[in-house]
Ligand binder design. Structure first.
Ligand code: 17E
Ligand code: FE2
Length: 419
């Protein structure tokens, strides 16, 4: 049975000094008051015990239809995006409704145990039957008690380059996909890629949907579909609803081009998602040495005032055999890969897996403030630095005042026996 809370006490909040109590009424946050000293939690109160309390984690980019299929029917040995797409094509041919629902829910439970309450999943719609999409629409309803799930109609094998690609995208939107996806760098030609981006933004705009494009997920410095996406977002004044995922090629663009590009990016205000563990693994594959990291320009985008978040992208699928649902692992890798272990970055790092992910998903009621849904997590640590050092599972996760997760704080040396 889940507990309905009346308050969270002894909470540390980012941007405020000392301890705080957060009252909860009818599933929403009430007043937030500073505490002079630590207090004993009453019945139906959650004791944060001086740990950091943050909004629930956001997993802004994952492929749940492919989750937990690594090695089926074969392993991706080259570690390239392209062999991943081939392996997935073989596995996709055997998908069933129950298969997709089972793996997606198994993954979402793992995410819930790690304090994730908001997820955006891409679902491959280059399938004449749309088996995975129909199953995922069911999953969205089945899991609504513990996670808000957004579904992207994702054309893995292209819109222009796959038979009936446009019709399948339109059908996916008609069936209820929330977000329009794309994959311009995988289309057969540059023109197909650019045309597909213009078409998909129009489609989303016409149907009042969000946009999230796999954009330039390649080390090719000539892959420049981001400028097309940003220009369309600007033209339609749609930037807050448009997300560019990956943009790995930006890590290979030269600075002169970037300086022009960044002007457009700032004007358009679109959102960015980087998947550090995935890109470290899949990119740089056609380099000898030096080997590129394959990540977009995360600190530069943040410095330009743009919103960037990190996502896991994969969990044990044809593209990436690892993953455990812990966003702190993704964050740790991303900060390393992007040269962001300066204390100024560490102190604000949680925004990369909370607020900026919420911005990418265009969430409206996200955060810790009076009147917002009482959704939050208790981390293991008093500061972002401590949380990152430990990378421990969340101590608690609360959703609309219900306690979804509550586990004991782990002592650092628990289990150590030196005789
Ligand atoms: N599909 C794709 O195009 N790129 C990825 N990183 C994954 C699936 C995981
Ligand atoms: Fe992806």
């Amino acid at each position: 049975m889940t507990t309905n809370l009346t308050a969270i006490v002894n909470a540390r909040l980012q941007g405020r000094d000392g301890l705080h109590s957060l009252t909860v009424q009818a599933g929403k946050f009430g007043v937030i008051t500073p505490q002079a000293t630590s207090v004993v939690a009453a019945e139906n109160e959650l004791d944060a015990a001086g740990n950091l309390v943050a909004p629930a984690f956001v997993e802004p980019h994952i492929h749940l239809d492919a989750a937990m299929t690594a090695g089926e029917p074969r392993w991706n040995q080259s570690g390239t995006l392209f062999e991943g797409i081939e392996c997935w094509g073989e596995r996709k041919a055997t998908l069933t409704r129950d298969d997709v629902i089972g793996r997606a829910e198994q993954t979402l439970k793992l995410f819930a145990a790690h304090g994730i309450q908001y997820v955006r999943t891409h679902v491959d719609v280059t399938d004449p039957q749309l088996t995975a999409l129909k199953a995922m629409l069911e999953v969205k309803e089945r899991v609504a008690g513990y996670v808000d799930l957004q579904i992207v109609a994702f054309p893995q094998e292209g819109i222009w380059s796959f038979r009936n690609g446009k019709e399948l995208m339109e059908e996916a939107i008609r069936l209820g996909a929330d977000v329009v996806g794309g994959i311009p760098h995988f289309e057969h030609t540059r023109d197909y890629g650019a045309d597909s981006v213009r078409w998909l933004v129009e489609l989303a705009h016409k149907h009042d949907r969000l946009v999230d494009v796999h954009c330039d997920e390649i080390d090719d410095p000539q892959s420049r579909f981001l400028e097309v996406l940003a220009a369309e977002a600007l033209r339609l004044d749609y930037g807050s609803r448009v997300t560019a995922s990956h943009t790995c090629a930006m890590g290979s663009y030269d600075d002169a081009y970037c300086s022009r590009l960044f002007r457009l990016l700032k004007l358009s205000g679109l959102r960015f998602l980087s998947m550090p563990t995935e890109s470290l693994h899949l990119q740089g594959r056609f380099d000898s040495y030096p080997k590129r990291r394959g990540l977009t320009r995360v600190p530069e985008l943040l410095d330009a005032g743009l919103k960037v978040a990190f996502g896991q992208d994969s969990i044990r699928d044809p593209w990436y055999p690892m993953g455990n649902g812990n966003m702190l692992r993704t964050l740790d890798s991303g900060l390393h890969a992007c040269h962001m272990l300066g204390m100024n970055w560490i102190e604000r790092s949680l925004e990369l897996i909370t607020d900026n992910g919420a911005a990418a998903l265009n969430l409206q009621d996200y955060g810790i403030a009076e009147g917002l849904p009482a959704r939050c997590i208790v981390l293991q640590g008093e500061t972002p630095y401590e949380v990152l050092l430990g990378q421990k599972p969340v101590k608690a996760s609360v959703r609309d005042g219900r306690v979804l997760v509550d586990r004991p704080v782990e002592a650092p040396l628990a289990g150590l026996n030196l005789g």
